[in-house]
Design a protein around this ligand. Structure first.
Ligand code: HEM
Length: 388
């Protein structure tokens, strides 16, 4: 559609107007001049039913509740300082995800996730499924007749069962003042913030469960999909794979395992991750935003209530910015775009979004992506596996 209608166009999704942009200049305008205007998210029936009625940080309306939880997430949960403190909960065998969340998710929530996938497809995992009620509200009864509403309610009950057990167990240990170092995880931090009155909501259980769920959903698929694409690209580009392994052997050697302190020296590996995020951003349309008041974008009048989609896929493949945009050429991040940072300030490459609602998990995600890929390439001869 971007090829046909251009880098900025409006479409109608049922009763909603949606602005679709695929130009970095326009993205810059949206996330600087108009950032505050586009700081809320549209509401979805799926999030209402399965996401604690928009209590999840990622879907909360732009109000004081969102600001409090966002601050908690960036300062307390996902900051470099906190990640350092939470190192003890990294599973050293998989060093893949926060142990408490991930292990529990695989054990019990994983089942729910599989069910959600089966019922609603991959998009359900990002809980941005658009039901008929979201686009044409007066036909919302069709969602009921088709059985989607009852299926979503069932999934919500199952998810809630898992999350409630975690929170109850933490509350019990806090009540007994029996908190070991191992227990000082995300749930513990959130419960402490609620005790200190740092969140403008009194509903402790809902806040903690909703945001626990959000961190699992926001951080799980994204950090699995990206290394998968990186591997795919490396297996089709053996010379790059070989160079990455040479870099690892040079800076880490063959007798030690890669650790966090090595990553800063692995410049080639960092460029592989950037190029993967450029070609295959985990959220190709970013996450939808909604304008809170009238504004002007690229000279067009945009009324309040317009949804905004940033077509990262198209933007990241713009031939006027990227030479041979469809090719995996990580050297671009060592030469022409060497200073390009993917954290949301360089608008030509925005895999984590930008502005005040950009991804709060960037540091955590990059840490996980670099370490996972580095350990995989260091420990396995992937080329040999393929040719056998
Ligand atoms: C490869 C990894 C990841 C990618 C590519 C990614 C990408 C994104 C994008 C594009 C957005 C929308 C930003 C916007 O609206 O401008 C977002 C939002 C979000 N992400 Fe991530 N993400 C990743 C990992 C994570 C991780 C590890 C976590 C947490 C553990 C996380 C939690 C969130 C949350 C809570 C939001 C919503 C923020 C808000 O609405 O205020 N993400 N992410």
């Amino acid at each position: 559609m971007a090829d046909k209608y251009g880098k900025v166009f409006l479409i109608c999704l049922g009763i909603h107007r949606a602005l679709v942009i695929s130009s970095w200049e326009v993205a810059k305008e949206c996330f600087t001049t108009n950032d505050k205007v586009f700081s809320t998210r549209p509401k979805f029936l799926a999030v209402k039913l399965m996401g604690y009625d928009h209590f999840m940080l990622g879907f909360a309306p732009y109000r004081s509740y969102w600001r409090d939880v966002r601050k908690l997430a960036t300062v307390e949960l996902l900051s470099n300082h906190r990640l350092e403190l939470l190192k003890h909960v990294h599973d050293t065998e998989t060093n893949f995800f926060i142990k408490e969340l991930y292990a529990e998710c695989v054990k019990s929530g994983g089942l729910v996730a599989v069910q959600m996938k089966e019922r609603f497809g991959d998009l359900a995992m990002n809980i941005i499924v658009r039901m008929i009620a979201d686009t044409i509200p007066f036909l919302g009864w069709l969602d009921v007749v088709n059985g989607y509403v009852s299926k979503m309610k069932k999934t919500a009950t199952e998810l809630d069962y898992v999350l409630r057990n975690w929170v109850d167990a933490h509350c019990q240990r806090r009540f007994n003042q029996n908190i070991s170092e191992e227990d000082q995880d995300f749930i513990h931090v959130m419960l402490s913030a609620m005790d200190d009155g740092n969140i403008s909501s009194k509903d402790v259980n809902t806040v903690v469960k909703a945001n626990c769920l959000n961190l699992i959903l926001g951080g799980n698929d994204t950090t699995v999909v990206t290394p998968t694409w990186a591997l795919y690209l490396l297996l089709y580009n053996h010379h790059v794979l070989k160079k990455a392994q040479d870099e690892l052997n040079l800076h880490v050697g063959k007798r030690r395992q890669v650790d966090e302190s090595n990553i800063k020296n692995l410049i080639y590996l960092q460029a592989i991750v950037k190029e993967t995020l450029r070609l295959y951003p985990a959220a190709p349309l970013s996450a939808p935003r909604e304008s809170m008041e009238d504004c002007t974008v690229a000279g067009f009048h945009i009324p309040a209530g317009t949804h905004l989609f940033v077509n990262l896929w198209k933007m990241h493949r713009d031939p006027s910015i990227w030479l041979n945009p469809l090719e995996f050429i990580l050297e671009r991040f060592l030469n022409d775009h060497a200073n390009l940072d993917v954290r949301g300030l360089h608008f030509k490459c925005l895999p984590f979004g930008s502005g005040r609602r950009k991804c709060p998990g960037i540091s955590f995600a990059l840490q996980v992506l670099h370490l996972t890929l580095a350990r995989l390439l260091h420990a396995f001869e992937l080329g040999t596996v393929l040719t056998q």
